[in-house]
Write a protein that binds this ligand. Structure first.
Ligand code: ZN
Length: 183
């Protein structure tokens, strides 16, 4: 997988634009509970794993509250997976089972061994049990090896370039960070 994307501000900005579209779509659909209007109520973030050049634009997780029932709606995101401080891209690249490139990324991002072990547990044991994965895996023609996640996803997306393929996977995983499919 393309580890140098972690140092590519242009790729991070591209992901920000996708998140903006996902948020705009959620807002157009209004509150899932009462169909009320959604107002911006972003969560502040201190993101880890992103280049300094984009840290300011990654300092917020896009979110809304309903103007009528005050319920929060957090749209899907290609930048953040749930409440983790590290960006989703880091979770994709660092989690693989101990390859040299993955270890180098973990070192550079100063991911602690404890965090690393938590992420691996999540990919191997928690992610496969999420409602998201239970319904999404049916879309693949042959079974995806859950013991080799997230690498086993890599071969399932066909975009020709590394950034495009990574974006496809992050879009695929993006519902995990939303309030409706939260991991
Ligand atoms: Zn509402």
């Amino acid at each position: 997988m393309c580890h140098n994307l972690l140092q590519d501000p242009a790729f991070f900005r591209f992901l920000s634009r996708i998140d903006a579209e996902l948020a705009a779509e959620a807002r157009r659909c209004r509150c899932p509970h009462c169909a009320g209007p959604l107002h911006v109520a972003d969560y502040p973030r201190k993101p880890r794993g992103c280049p300094v050049a984009v840290r300011a634009e990654y300092a917020h997780r896009l979110s809304f509250t309903c103007g009528w029932c005050e319920t929060r709606t957090t749209p899907a995101s290609v930048r953040f997976l749930g409440r983790r401080v590290y960006v989703a891209l880091a979770l994709m690249l660092v989690s693989p089972q101990g390859g040299i490139a993955a270890r180098a990324v973990a070192d550079r991002l100063a991911v602690s061994p404890r965090t690393l072990s938590r992420w691996r547990t999540w990919w191997r044991h928690i992610f496969p049990t999420t409602p998201f994965w239970r319904s999404a895996r049916a879309r693949f023609l042959s079974p995806v090896a859950s013991e080799r996640l997230p690498e086993s996803l890599w071969a399932r997306f066909g975009a020709p370039t590394c950034p495009e393929r990574m974006a496809q996977i992050l879009v695929f995983l993006s519902p995990l960070g939303s309030t409706t499919m939260g991991a």
